[in-house]
Design a protein around this ligand. Structure first.
Ligand SMILES: Nc1ncnc2c1ncn2[C@@H]1O[C@H](COP(=O)(O)OP(=O)(O)O)[C@@H](O)[C@H]1O
Ligand SMILES: Nc1ccn([C@@H]2O[C@H](COP(=O)(O)O)[C@@H](O)[C@H]2O)c(=O)n1
Length: 201
């Protein structure tokens, strides 16, 4: 099986997940993997001490597990992937079996950081959205969906998310084959991407 892996990278709130959701509305013949599932457990963290763990550093992820999963899928094998719980900030006991598929979409903030993982990607997309827009989106999303307060989002953003973005995420834009401005409602970019994806399955 000729397996293609598409990496979608970009800062928090850039619209990566929304792009994948929009694609899924019209085309779902692919396996989706979110990098968030590979966060290491941080059980000592709660929403009241969210900065007790730096989720915006490459060491926060199990990059070896990511690499081995993507390598296995590239070789046409089924793999066991972790499942992450955003409420407890820990990895769940159960794993997810990912069956082989000819098209894999892998999305996350540090998808281009590890060169072993980068080398497995057949197409690298970077979602490039201005910082102020990303912050506003994140603020609204984290309060609505991740149980956060205005103060905790601001504190985490200033101490970790923003520095991590400039140190580890934005510099990886140079690896992108395609840059999509603004994310999920960029209909022209979505149309081009969709047409290409359909040629891969
Ligand atoms: N183009 C857009 N315009 C307005 N809101 C958007 C847009 N794209 C995404 N959002 C919203 O912004 C938030 C963050 O988007 P999301 O796709 O989760 O970003 P990411 O996965 O890159 O962190 C979500 O609540 C989403 O609904
Ligand atoms: N327990 C966690 C895990 C991650 N985060 C934040 O999520 C961001 C990455 O996800 P996106 O959907 O926004 O790309 C990252 O910036 C982490 O700060 C978290 O707050 N809590």
């Amino acid at each position: 099986m000729d397996v293609k892996i598409i990496g979608i990278c970009g800062g928090s709130g850039s619209g990566k997940t929304t792009i994948v959701k929009k694609i899924t509305e019209v085309f779902d013949d692919f396996v989706f993997i979110a990098q968030d599932n590979y966060y290491k457990s941080a059980g000592h963290v709660g929403n009241d001490n969210i900065t007790a763990f730096n989720f915006d550093h490459p060491d926060a992820f199990d990059m070896d597990w990511i690499y081995n999963n993507l390598l296995g899928l590239k070789q046409g094998k089924a793999v066991e992937a972790p499942v992450y719980d955003f409420v407890t900030h820990t990895r769940k006991k159960e794993t997810r079996t990912i069956e082989p598929h000819s098209l894999i979409i892998f999305e996350g903030i540090m998808v281009f950081t590890d060169s072993r993982i980068r080398d497995l990607l057949d197409l690298k997309i970077y979602v490039d959205t201005p910082d102020d827009i990303r912050f506003i989106r994140r603020l609204k999303r984290d309060i609505a969906e991740r149980g956060r307060t205005v103060d905790s989002v601001i504190e985490q953003y200033l101490s970790m998310v923003r520095p991590g973005h400039y140190e580890f995420i934005e510099p990886t834009k140079i690896y992108a084959d395609i840059i999509i401005p603004e994310g999920g409602y960029n209909e022209n970019a979505l149309g081009v991407l969709l047409s290409y994806l359909k040629t891969l399955v």
